[in-house]
Design a protein around this ligand. Sequence first.
Ligand SMILES: *[C@@H]1O[C@H](CO)[C@@H](O)[C@H](O)[C@H]1NC(C)=O
Length: 295
Amino acid sequence: MSSIFAKLLFSTLCMLFLLKTHSLVFADQRLAIVYPVIQNFKSMITSDPLGVTKSWIGSDICNYKGFYCDNPPDNNSAIALASIDFNGFHLSASTLDGFIDKLPDIALFHANSNNFIGTITSQITKLPYLYELDLSNNRFSGPFPIAVLGMNTLTFLDIRFNFFSGGVPQQIFTQNLEILFINNNLLTQKLPENLASSSIFLLTLANNKFVGPIPRNLPKALSSLTEVVLLNNELTGCLPHEIGYFQEAVVFDVGNNQLTGPLPFSLSCLEKVEVVNLAGNMFYGIVPEIVCAGC
Ligand SMILES: *[C@@H]1O[C@H](CO)[C@@H](O)[C@H](O)[C@H]1NC(C)=O
């Protein structure tokens, strides 16, 4: 090939490339930055039964199915990708690595009922605005996603119905979370002891392998819980008198554990309770009449 022809070819290719990139005009530089991240993720999706990714073309990211834009907290006049809602999309991909962690302005990430697998990348720690993370009903596995520890922006964490296994770091109960759903995993852990206070008011631990007793100071630390859902674990010991501190509980469900002993009279202090499930344990003695009569 003559060098002049090679040069011509090169410059033609360059021009084509420029035209191609120039043909996409983004409403904001922040959207241009996440565009290749989204396209890369799209190329990794192996199943899209509802065809949502068909809308993931062009520069109008804010109108892709499942994507929502807003002004980012650090600049009121900018437009950024603020929220993702893939709930019920049934997408399959072998990882979210390189996607969620590369969306610098993301505040809400909801992906309930998809077929995402793998583990959760530690890189999500760096997302400054993330406050709701819902990865429920997927097929994630591996240890509890410790990347969320110390993320003080995060108030909502939902990882239920996955295959996370191993321990649950106690720190998760004392950071700024208000809602923590970790039921239906393979988590093995004692309930947190020495928990002085917690901002969590919705917590579900059911259908895991939590072991050991219900610590005496736990009910007081979690006294804002509206639902105490501990069923189908491997809890042992007696119901401590302190369960009376679950003053806001509408549901008190400790069914199918290995709890034993007599029922404490303090059960009657759960004044708002509507559902009490104690079945499938080894309680003995009488059900205090006061339980039915109220405090
Ligand atoms: C805020 O965002 C707008 C739009 O992207 C941009 O033009 C402007 O320079 C930004 N301001 C600051 C202070 O970064």
